[in-house]
Design a protein around this ligand. Structure first.
Ligand code: 5GP
Length: 172
């Protein structure tokens, strides 16, 4: 496995994160949304997006796992650490790193909806629409990408490369 080429540069990522931050701030004007970070992959995106918001905002964290250090989703999504905060009647924005087959998002929505929020929207940095198995709705998408495995800016391969500032293709 080796890193092949930059898919999305640091400047492009930062520009798009600012745009989404502005959009969410406009959409939630006069409200106090709760941003839910899906660990571990979304942590880096979350930290930047959270600081790009100009409305008062709370944060919560949930950890899910679907891969066993490989590159194919097993379809079996585990909740490693659940939500502790109160989301009842809250306006929730789920922040994901990437939506691929959609299995993770489906599990996530069920976890969140069980807590009876007032509304739930989904924000994902990356979207691989051609890989979708479970129909899903994403309200805010950073970038649509082709069916290729990517790392960097929070995304890993076998828990590595999350600290890279750009998003790269990797060659297996
Ligand atoms: P899904 O359940 O939609 O198939 O997959 C979602 C999860 O799979 C993401 O949250 C992410 O952790 C992982 N994933 C999917 N595609 C990629 C990819 O190209 N690179 C990395 N590093 N993780 C991915």
């Amino acid at each position: 496995m080796e890193i092949e080429a930059t898919l999305i540069s640091e400047a492009e990522i930062q520009r798009r994160v600012r745009e989404i931050g502005q959009q969410i701030s406009e959409d939630y004007a006069n409200r106090e949304p709760v941003l839910v970070c899906v660990l571990k992959g979304a942590a880096v995106f979350f930290a930047d997006l959270f600081r790009a918001l100009s409305v008062p905002v709370r944060c919560e964290f949930i950890q899910l796992a679907s891969y066993d250090d490989g590159t194919e989703s097993s379809g079996q999504v585990r909740v490693v650490q659940g939500l502790n905060g109160n989301l009842r009647n809250a306006d929730v924005v789920v922040v994901e790193d990437i939506v691929d087959t959609g299995h993770t998002l489906r599990t996530l929505m069920a976890e969140i909806e069980a807590l009876e929020p007032a509304s739930v929207k989904v924000c994902s940095l990356l979207d691989k629409p051609t890989r979708r198995v479970v129909a899903t709705n994403i309200d805010y998408v950073g970038f649509e990408i082709p069916d290729t495995f990517v790392v960097g800016y929070g995304l890993d391969y076998a828990q590595k490369y999350r600290n890279l500032r750009e998003i790269y293709h990797i060659k297996m």
